[in-house]
Design a binder for this molecule. Structure first.
Ligand SMILES: [Zn+2]
Length: 75
């Protein structure tokens, strides 16, 4: 949904590299080379990028925040 801030396995910071990775891959660059350029060397961190699906923008279209809050606080 949202890229985690840190790698689940080693704890390395990856959240700050997601948007550049996604932009470059969507422009047709090879994902492996982009990760090499960004300095993501460990395979535990590389899988975080390669297996991630960014769907938060689609989920937000179907979220009605006001109604959820009213239901949570109703007696
Ligand atoms: Zn890692």
């Amino acid at each position: 949904m949202i890229i985690p801030v840190r790698c689940f396995t080693c704890g390395s910071l990856i959240g700050d590299k997601w948007y550049e990775y996604a932009r470059r891959v969507s422009n047709g660059e090879d994902p492996g080379k982009v990760l090499d350029d960004l300095g993501v060397k460990r395979y535990c961190c590389r899988r975080m990028f390669l297996s991630h699906t960014e769907i938060i923008d689609k989920i937000l279209l179907y979220t009605r925040v006001g109604e959820v809050e009213e239901e949570e606080f109703a007696p």
